[in-house]
Design a protein around this ligand. Sequence first.
Ligand code: 5AD
Ligand code: SF4
Length: 432
Amino acid sequence: MAKVYIKTFGCQMNVYDSARMRDALLVHGYKETDNPDVADILLFNTCHIREKASEKLFSEIGRVARGKKKNALVVVAGCVVQAEGAEILKRCHDIDIAIGPQNYHQLPELIAKYNRKNGRKIVADFPAESKFDFLPEPQKNAASAFLAVQEGCDNFCSYCVVPYTRGCEYSRPSKDILAEARALVKNGAKEIMLLGQNVNCWHGDKGRDLGDLIRDLAKIRDLKRIRYTTSYPSKITKNLISAHANCKKLMPYIHIPIQSGSDAVLKAMNRKYTVAEYEKIVAAFRKMRPDIAISSDFIVGFPGETEKDFNDTLELVKRVGYASSFSFKYSSRPGTPASLMKNQIPEDVKTKRLIKLQALLLSQQRAFNEATIGKEFEVLLTEVGKNPGQLIGYSPYMQGTVVKAPKKLLGQIVRVKVTGASATALQAELIA
Ligand code: 5AD
Ligand code: SF4
């Protein structure tokens, strides 16, 4: 039986896409392996968001390709393929097939028909049909599963490649989403993370929004937890905020990236909200669900960012108080308006700012985690811990939690009491 090895770079959407490509190959008789040296297909799902991410890719492909089985096919998927087009085949001679993010349903056929003698192959267009209509339902999944409800982006933030690599915004029909959710739950998922580059821009027919979709999903009896990411701040509806108060299965956590605490920088980034508007949205979430954990993404060193702009970001962080966050140095991406801006910030300034911001964010994360010591809540155990007798799961607030528990509880939701906390994790014990 032919074996496929899959390596995923980048965001949760890529993790989801890799799972759907794996499913498509499984129904065509492939088996998954975690050993690249025995695989017949080596599949790399790639990320283009920052320079570092895409640079890592080519060295990794080269390294793995050196040990591969004779005649094994190297397939590269994802955003780097969409961004580089046919250039990718010139740049990396190990690649046999390159496939863009909207073409994944064509993968099994491309592999079946592939013949090296006819030349290497790239498929990276935006086909009229939706890949979602052709991909099979999930074949296997973990207790916590991803489900893409929306894809692409029409916002064109001036630094970002996503509108070019993922295409324009597209919402999947609710009946397809509900069917996929039921299949995931049938296969053992207790939690579903709804995914979209702008997940809160999801819209169904008759003006239904993400809040309505979440309420529909909550009716699936054996689905216990619902999450969603990533949200665009100014497009949050009252209906979504209120779902946090009246939908018990919706977890008290919201990832709501602000990027910068300076209105001037937000404007240059083409983000369509002000700092004050953002803080109003945060306040509305907190009014509805006082214990909600807030997280964000930040970019430091955007072209033209002054010391004052950066300090405004630090002040914003102090006012909001984040439970967790992701922060990055601005990375110039080919083809984006920001890459052409004159006032680029030197690398050492970016580094200094990132270190300062991350120290503040980490201290907030530690404080948030420490504040849960002594509390009781439910954790969905999804992984085996490093030490024997330990399982790892996530708290309702998305805190990684290490629990002393027997392996048979893997995949279960258990009630725990928090006994300890660090900046990055909680320790907890089972409550009988
Ligand atoms: N440079 C740095 N960070 C970026 N992000 C997106 N594009 C860039 C870039 N060019 C970050 C943003 C976004 C997250 C997914 O990645 O913070 O929210
Ligand atoms: Fe990129 Fe902005 Fe779209 Fe997010 S909203 S995917 S940062 S363009």
